[in-house]
Design a protein around this ligand. Sequence first.
Ligand code: NA7
Length: 533
Amino acid sequence: MPAPDFDAIIIGAGMSGMYQLIRLRQLGLKARVFETGSGVGGTWYWNRYPGARFDSESYSYGFSFDKELLQEWSWSEHFAPQPETERYLNFVADKYDLRRDIQFNSRVTAAEWDEASLTWTVTLEGGAKHSARFLITAIGALSAPTLPNYPGMESFQGRAFHTAHWPKEPISFAGKRVAVIGTGATGVQTIQEVAKDVGHLTVLQRTPNWCAPLHNRKITPEEQAQIKASYDEIFRRCEETFSCFLHTPDPRATFEVSQAEREEFWEKLYNSPGFGIWVGNFRDMLTDRTANAEMSAFVANKIRQRVKDPKVAEMLIPTNHGFGTRRVPLETRYYEVYNQPNVELVDTRATPITEVTPTGLKTAEREFEFDIIIYATGFDALTGAFDRIDFRGTGGRTLKEAWAGGARSFVGMMVPGFPNMFMLLGPHTALGNIPRSIEYNVDWVSRLLGHMQAAGKQRAEAGEKGTAAWMAHVMDCARGLLSMEVDSWMTGVNRNVAGKQQRVVARYTGSAPAYREWCEEVAADGYREVALA
Ligand code: NA7
């Protein structure tokens, strides 16, 4: 039997694929990364839309595995913009000479397991095939963009972009009539940036989201020195918190304190940088309906104070879900955009978009003319990137078949029936501050591969029993969460995708420490739940 081309194939050269490549090299494994784009960075390569930036503190987001790298790189802002992050990831690629093992402009379309040779064969668009003993998916959790299905979309004569497929050349909005469809985290960042110099902006909003101020600013030289001296502490903090951010729930329950104390706390959170208002709030804010309603009322009043036209303010206040039950977009003068005379907010729930025309689009009541249409319409999240590749495991069974009743995984990283395949950020890994989850996933997979090397094992497959126990834990964690009662990518709903209309337990909602504890027990127990041969 011919030897496979590589020890391991990694799909994707975003942060997961890059770090995994570094770790595989340390194990002495010959690896090849296939990447659709022409550069490294994944999310930070594709999402070059205006205003794209971190909502995690920059210094909590970068790679933590190399102390030298931490000292070499200086973030310029507390929440870095996309161009800087893309530069950072290219800096990392240069430092570790990663590109020699990455094949760019190479989209993986299929991956098939062969039991006789214990190899995966990966097919690229264009037909080239490559084989490896191990297959590692580093394809992202929010990486398969989705568009609406309006009639006439192809007929539009102006320029139209999905935010995740933004062109590399600069786009000018000056004097242009621009539409933004979608008001999630991406739409909000885009809108506040485009509004700065647009001719006229129309925001087409189907569901308003609860947004909160980001409070970004430049990092001063003194802060820079302080940050570089505190990296151990910063990452220790990320390891301890619920979702790996610098913020974590307050131990108090909402009604344990007086109304005055509550207001004061919320005021402080509203005026503090980052995700504290979402993940550093009272511990029952996302589980207790009354507590959540109080918090929502607090934020609704902030919106009313910031938006001059009371009718527009009411349109921007969510009525079908409470604060924090969907991903909270962080903003910088987002609400003030609606005070500009050249900005209009259209409620597409009241008057749905019926078609795109060569010159703009139509709603049930009006016709609009645009030069540019921006689709900030989100992603087929969590499983979408997997659905786009034809994975075939033992007996030729496809991953789609295996997941027909909903995604099933063992600790988010393995799937029974798919031996020697490891998922980084697969369904049911801890999410939160994503690079922290990535580093943990990569380290866990790498340790398992090291264990296999040492034990002379060739084949690893997640067992049914361990998978069932893990999935039961995933389901348990989701019980009682108000977010489970709301449609969003976090509950697996995307109305632009067939088969994604129903809410499911799409992600792991326990804490990152609890996730790691489970995974560590598996490792400490000699990977008993993984069949090694
Ligand atoms: P999201 O959060 O999924 O937001 C997508 C937005 O697009 C949301 O406002 C949708 O409205 C809207 N949308 C989607 N399809 C349509 C159609 N057909 N018509 C009108 N409006 C539509 O994606 P983002 O990119 O903002 O953020 C995803 C994550 O990436 C984010 O949480 C960060 O963690 C990074 P809806 O709410 O469904 O009514």
